[in-house]
Design a protein around this ligand. Structure first.
Ligand code: SF4
Ligand code: SF4
Length: 362
């Protein structure tokens, strides 16, 4: 039986969050897992340096509530670590911490600046993740242009250091291969606990360029796959549409019938979450435009630069695994051939200057 604790968490008010975190810890009897000398690692979603109000990153108030509860339970060593998109250097990490409003948390935890990594099960993994005695996965619930949803399993991709992530997109260019990689990685990392920030979620062109969708929940479980099942339910997303859920079920890692929901009643999103433009749903497929694209060979989605919005920052080029993006006359230009539609470029763009179109294969 996989248990998922569900709590209404209406806002990022510190008292409300603290209460929810305490209730999750009590419901799952987590105090028994912890001891004073343990090194506990918090792994939030810090995709990029964005203000918490944009719904891109795990909210600092939730991280603070978890750290406070851990401290009360006697835990002395708490570290926060993630590898955001783009470069992975102490300077780039400090920038992200500052933009994500994490600096005030330095009083109760350590913000990691160690950019070394080691190996586990064939993966290059951040050193603090490898050294942790207890790993708490703190994803943000969002839509995702490649994997449809980003929650528990997808968040662990940030355990891979810096530009090794785009390299893996090249080695595993199809969604099937990339999904298998994500599940292998989550088996290698094996978080002890997952607590999902679903207070303000993201819909539309997530994980970086969508709109905030307030849902008012936190979800918590020892099981990453069960948490994703419940997160998909909250988004009112067909589980079969999320490749990580599909594969987890196929591998026998999760049985939706065996999930025990405890705590508050979960009310799925109504209307369902808006999906990214890159995802071809049944409705989009059967539209006049969708059928036209299908029969005339325009089946794939590709990124296009909106030149009037582009500020020439180059972040998209830094994260493109195929090195297809150059800055010319202070605007990004995508080379036409070789794109694997991973949308790493789109998720890093700070000003939503990358759109999605369906085209013939380049
Ligand atoms: S151009 Fe964008 S979508 Fe295409 S390979 Fe590069 S990062 Fe991926
Ligand atoms: S498309 Fe976005 S990320 Fe790329 S250079 Fe322009 S503003 Fe920067």
């Amino acid at each position: 039986m996989q248990t998922v604790s569900i709590r209404h968490t209406q806002s990022y008010d510190p008292d409300i969050l603290y209460r929810s975190v305490c209730e999750h810890f009590e419901a799952l009897i987590l105090a028994a897992d912890l001891s004073a000398d343990m090194h506990v690692l918090l792994k939030p979603n810090l995709l990029a340096g964005r203000d918490p109000s944009l719904g891109v990153t795990t909210h600092p108030a939730l991280i603070q509530a978890v750290a406070l509860r851990l401290r009360e339970l006697g835990v002395k060593h708490i570290t926060l670590a993630d590898s955001p998109g783009g470069l992975y250097t102490p300077a780039s990490l400090r920038k992200v911490y500052s933009a994500c409003k994490l600096n005030p948390l330095r009083e109760i935890l350590t913000l990691n600046e160690d950019v070394t990594s080691g190996e586990r099960d064939g993966f290059s993994i951040l050193t603090p993740v490898l050294q942790a005695d207890y790993l708490i996965n703190l994803p943000k619930l969002k839509t995702h242009g490649l994997t449809v949803m980003s929650a528990s399993v997808k968040n662990l991709f940030g355990c891979i250091p810096g530009l090794r992530k785009p390299e893996l997109h090249c080695v595993y260019p199809t969604i099937e291969a990339f999904t298998a990689l994500l599940l292998d990685l989550s088996a290698a990392v094996k978080p002890h606990l997952t607590l999902v920030d679903a207070v303000d979620c993201m819909e539309g062109n997530g994980p970086g360029g969508g709109k905030v969708r307030p849902m008012g929940y936190t979800l918590c479980s020892r099981d990453v796959y069960a948490t994703d099942e419940i997160a998909a339910k909250l988004m009112a997303l067909q589980p079969s549409m999320a490749p990580t859920i599909r594969l987890a079920r196929k591998r026998g890692l999760c049985d939706p019938q065996a999930i025990q929901q405890i705590g508050d009643n979960l009310i799925p999103a109504n209307p369902p979450f808006i999906l990214p433009d890159s995802i071809i749903t049944k409705e989009r497929f059967f539209s006049t435009r969708g059928l036209f694209h299908h029969f005339f060979g325009r089946k794939r989605t590709y990124p296009v630069i909106l030149a009037d919005k582009c500020i020439g920052c180059g972040l998209c080029g830094e994260s493109c695994p195929k090195h297809l993006i150059d800055i010319m006359s202070k605007k990004a230009v995508i080379a036409r051939k070789g794109c694997i539609s991973c949308f790493c470029c789109q998720e890093m763009c700070p000003v939503h200057a990358i759109d999605v179109v369906r085209k013939r294969a380049w």
